[in-house]
Design a protein around this ligand. Sequence first.
Ligand SMILES: Cc1cc2nc3c(=O)[nH]c(=O)nc-3n(C[C@H](O)[C@H](O)[C@H](O)COP(=O)(O)OP(=O)(O)OC[C@H]3O[C@@H](n4cnc5c(N)ncnc54)[C@H](O)[C@@H]3O)c2cc1C
Length: 466
Amino acid sequence: MEKLECDYLIVGSGAVGMAFADVIIEESDATIVIVDRYAKPGGHWNVAYPFVTLHQPSQFYGVSSKELSNGRIDQVGLNKGLSELASGAEVSAYFDDVMRHQFLPSGRVEYYPMCNYTGDKRFESMTSGKQYEVTVHEKIVDATYLNTTVPSTHTPNFDIGAGIDFVPLNDLTKVVTTPSCYVVIGGGKTGIDACLWLLEQGVEPKDIQWIVSRDAWLLDRRNTQPTPEYFSKSMGAQAAQFEALAQAESISDLFSKLESSGVLLRIDPSITPSMFHGATISPLELEALRRLKNIVRMGRVQSIDVKEGITLDTGTVPHKEGALYVDCSASAITNLDIKPVFAGDMITPQTVRAYQPVFSAAFIAHIEVLYQAEEKKNELCKVVPLPNHDTDWLKMMAAQMMNQFTWSQEKDLRKWLYNNRLDGFSKLLADTDRTNEENMAIIKRMKNNAMPAVMKLQQLIDSIEA
Ligand SMILES: Cc1cc2nc3c(=O)[nH]c(=O)nc-3n(C[C@H](O)[C@H](O)[C@H](O)COP(=O)(O)OP(=O)(O)OC[C@H]3O[C@@H](n4cnc5c(N)ncnc54)[C@H](O)[C@@H]3O)c2cc1C
């Protein structure tokens, strides 16, 4: 058993572990041991499908200390006109670069790839079999808690009969013989990516069957652009959210207001979505998806069989000979349970801002460095629950608005947020040209509606729970 010593033992070198470590390195003189099962940092991005991209602008993804974006606007493709989205390969290369050129040369980080953490401050190398025990002076950081699953590491929870051509999304690019049709299983972001990729390859919409167990509310990606040109969209959407909340008379009225003001989108306006995972979509992507007409809405797949066809919760559809089934049924973040971020010698990074696990990890590290008392740290790092059902949007918003308010009361935090690249919008808001009447009108709408929105949020949440 080899003995190691450090201040922070970080389990997981995915985006969350890396963003946490980065702030500890920049803002303290602590030493760190990072352990991961994979051969390279970046977590699931190393095993993602070949055409995966971020679904938010690269400008505010990665670690705080290093740009991921080149500030480019996509000139072609379905994200045309919007800030670039780093590809999976770019994200992996970025984290590798951060590890090799920043973390390790700092002399304060020891990195153990290909190692399985077995608990109790011990881990084992999967390649050499060597075992390690770590003396941790400060904290253990569980950067595996979100439990992100991707198609390549996911086992479908339905039966697949003999003779069925079934691939994880990663293998879709390996097709050499044109299938009679593609059956995309999964209505989430991965399923959307699969359908869009097939359409971009020139596959006819009629040759794509899309199995959607639940329709989702989606976010308009134009509202996530952290650039002044998109101020009226991104900040306008914030103002619209507050207004919708302040004026909503019921939950269904709220969602209809969120949709009519452009905050939420849905693929089929005749179907009321019951899912919300915070996935973003561009107008061109939405237009492309609306070309798909063969959408099966009969719940989840239970089995696929050559003779019996596709058996779903509420019906069956025939199997078509030569069909290629594409598994997109993995749910990206599977752990929706919440635990205190700071608990004794454990730190469990979770989302303290909606949709932003990576920003959240950096923020939590900053709080760890800046504050002493555990109670205060947890007060500043209240978990914003990850949404699953449509109405989870409300609980997510309530927690998010509460955190924003708490943070706004701390001068040092306001400054940190303003300067941190992972915070896409504080700077945009603070640096607004005060003579721009349109922008100032948006800020006024936000201010005027924030408090009524918070009050109505609570009433609406109570109405769900009643
Ligand atoms: C297709 C896709 C697109 C996404 N796009 C965005 C986006 O645009 N913006 C955004 O904010 N989020 C996005 N996400 C969410 C994404 O999950 C997070 O951004 C982030 O990558 C999650 O990082 P993580 O470190 O929590 O998880 P992971 O990447 O899963 O990393 C966890 C690491 O822990 C390691 N590990 C686990 N158990 C052990 C153990 N016992 N011992 C050692 N190591 C262990 C694993 O090997 C892994 O490397 C996307 C997710 C997907 C699937």
